[in-house]
Write a protein that binds this ligand. Sequence first.
Ligand SMILES: [Fe+2]
Ligand SMILES: [Fe+2]
Length: 345
Amino acid sequence: MVGTSNKVLKPTRQEDDKFAKKSGVLLEKLDNKILEINQLKAAATKETPEPESTTKDEFNSDGEEMEPSEAIDWDDKISVLQNVDPNAFRQYELACDRVKLFYIEQHEKQTVAYNIQARINFKTKTRAKMSVWEGLEKLNKLLDDSDPDTELSQIDHALQTAEAIRRDKKPRWFQLVGLIHDLGKLLYFFDSQGQWDVVGDTFPVGCKFLKKIIFAETFKKNSDFFNPLYNTKYGIYYKNCGLDKVMLSWGHDEYMYHVAKRNSKLPPEALAMIRYHSFYPWHKENAYQYLMNEDDKKMLSAVRAFNKYDLYSKSDDQPLLDVKELKGYYLDLIDEYFPTKIIEF
Ligand SMILES: [Fe+2]
Ligand SMILES: [Fe+2]
């Protein structure tokens, strides 16, 4: 099946640096738009009762086996939410054309075949060797040509997220997740075919595309949409198989999850936050619960807790940060959880 109906083009490793930077600006602007939409959705959802969750009570159960990080109260108040005005976000359905066009392309091209090939590509080569901080600095070049007054740079967003988590006195590993959760966007410099396989909301491939996915109507152009193996409720999966067995659309989340899993001592909750932070149909819309196992129920609380920092740390009210001042703290934090220092990306 691999490489038949969806032929994978040769990766663009040698692409011209200038082109990469200019394209990176578009990528970053697009990603900001997508984040904005999710932020608006989050704000809009706040005004309506929380959707029913059949598993909600189980997350707070005291009778379950204790996990190392279970002492964290995932539902406690977070400081970054204090200055956010949900009333400022009313028109979230009016997404700009660029975002719609992005999802039309993403939903057409994220097939099972493409996803298998992307994972083969990932496992069969090393794209770069560098430290986590060097990776962040490389990623920062995505914004070299853009207007610094209108967008946060990648390092700014990473630090804003991490600092918000730190300010709320969350564990050190949680702060590190804030710093590195988008580091997988480095994929754009390596193997990506465009923007559609780097950013955007993620969703399972290999089973029915649910209406809870943003712009779900655009899946009709995806060849899997008509494949009887893939277009049923469970598709190639089975009831409560666990999200670990489910192939989520390839992008910076999935890529960074694998990099972090292979190179770090981060706990399962941290890896889940990285892997599922763009899986809005799941962590925001409560879809695909029938694919979850017991472990995923615990992870969902963690992912939701992280998501608030990811979204709201982009709020205009966040304090300006001095990268040089904070660098030492985060270098120590990186060394604590990435002991080999030089990472294979
Ligand atoms: Fe992200
Ligand atoms: Fe982010």
